[in-house]
Design a protein around this ligand. Structure first.
Ligand SMILES: [Zn+2]
Length: 323
């Protein structure tokens, strides 16, 4: 099946829309309703997510919600080495998607799809149509445009190819509902250490936070993009990266400014992921986990998780200092 036949027609979408079809904030909720009505796998996954268990932790004064989500084992324990990736059919290519899966266009070459393994409400995957490697440098402004187009109910994210993307060979972004995300509440009042304070761009870190983040806030796309590309170079040289430096990005847009959260990473998986016996915790953090919703697919690991474990995981995987 080609992308052309995957793009849902306006006629099919209209029946599920709350108002006349215009932009993504109308089209995406209509897509979600259409997919829930016609795709049992997504409906079951969405119902399971509504019943999912949480444990709440205080990690250095920050709220972290551990989510027991057994369906996520496919992603948490995904083999992302080159040989394993080459050996499997790509699950983001049009011809390999489940028959019921449909999407809406974003721009000329992206398709917004529902994620059948959701972690958050309205969990979407925004896949490039071409099978082309995950890489942010040529697409950072696409991410800003997407975030703006999705509107203020959503946040978007990017996981680096060696940093949580389970399809590093097929470029994609994600978007989710902003509801109940600890980071977005905490960023408003957390003490900030400013790196830059100019009229059209502010850059800061959160003081003594549970992990290291660089946050850029501004209303001009080209100013933010210049900052980002400079940061990417700096991060590459700091870590002697030969490919894209390890990072995750989370972005929000509210009229009329973006907030870009750059998480510089030291490594993909913490030591506890590889440990044996009682020490083992199958936790493999990507963008969502860094916002404070930590996915734990194993019931025993979920039960024995403590705040010091979580503090240790965040400490181990994010790079500091970076500014
Ligand atoms: Zn692909």
């Amino acid at each position: 099946m080609t992308w052309e036949s995957r793009i849902i027609t306006d006629d099919a979408l209209t029946a599920y829309a709350r108002e006349p079809l215009t932009d993504l904030p109308v089209r995406v909720p209509a897509l979600i309703q259409q997919q829930l009505a016609t795709w049992p796998m997504l409906r079951n996954a969405t119902e399971a997510l509504a019943q999912v268990q949480y444990r709440e932790f205080d990690v250095k004064g920050s709220r972290v919600l551990a989510q027991f989500n057994p369906a996520r084992i496919v992603s948490t324990a995904a083999k992302v080495d080159t040989a394993s990736i080459q050996a499997r059919p790509c699950f983001l290519c049009a011809e390999n998607l489940p028959a019921e899966e449909k999407g809406v266009l974003f721009g000329n070459n992206y398709v917004v799809l529902c994620n059948p393994f959701p972690v958050l409400e309205d969990h979407l995957v925004i896949s490039e149509q071409a099978h082309t490697p995950q890489a942010i440098a040529p697409r950072f402004t696409d991410l800003l445009e997407l975030t703006q187009a999705m509107g203020s109910e959503y946040f978007t994210l990017y996981n680096g190819p060696a940093c949580g993307a389970s399809a590093p060979d097929h470029h994609h972004f994600q978007a989710c509902s902003r509801k109940n995300i600890p980071l977005f509440t905490e960023v408003e009042n957390w003490p900030r250490d400013y790196v830059l304070r100019e009229s059209d761009l502010e850059v800061f870190t959160l003081h003594d936070y549970r992990l290291n983040i660089l946050v850029a806030s501004g209303s001009k796309m080209d100013t933010i993009a210049t900052w980002f590309h400079r940061s990417l170079h700096r991060l590459a040289s700091l870590t002697a990266a030969t490919a894209e430096p390890l990072l995750n990005l989370v972005v929000t847009y509210d009229p009329h400014h973006w907030m870009v959260y750059l998480f510089p990473r030291k490594k993909h998986r913490p030591a506890c992921y590889y440990a044996e016996g009682e020490e083992k915790l199958t936790i493999s953090p990507a963008g969502i986990d860094l916002t404070g919703v930590l996915v734990v697919p194993d019931p025993h690991h979920f039960a024995r998780l403590t705040a010091p474990h979580i503090a240790q995981i965040y400490e181990e995987i994010t790079l500091a200092p970076f500014a």
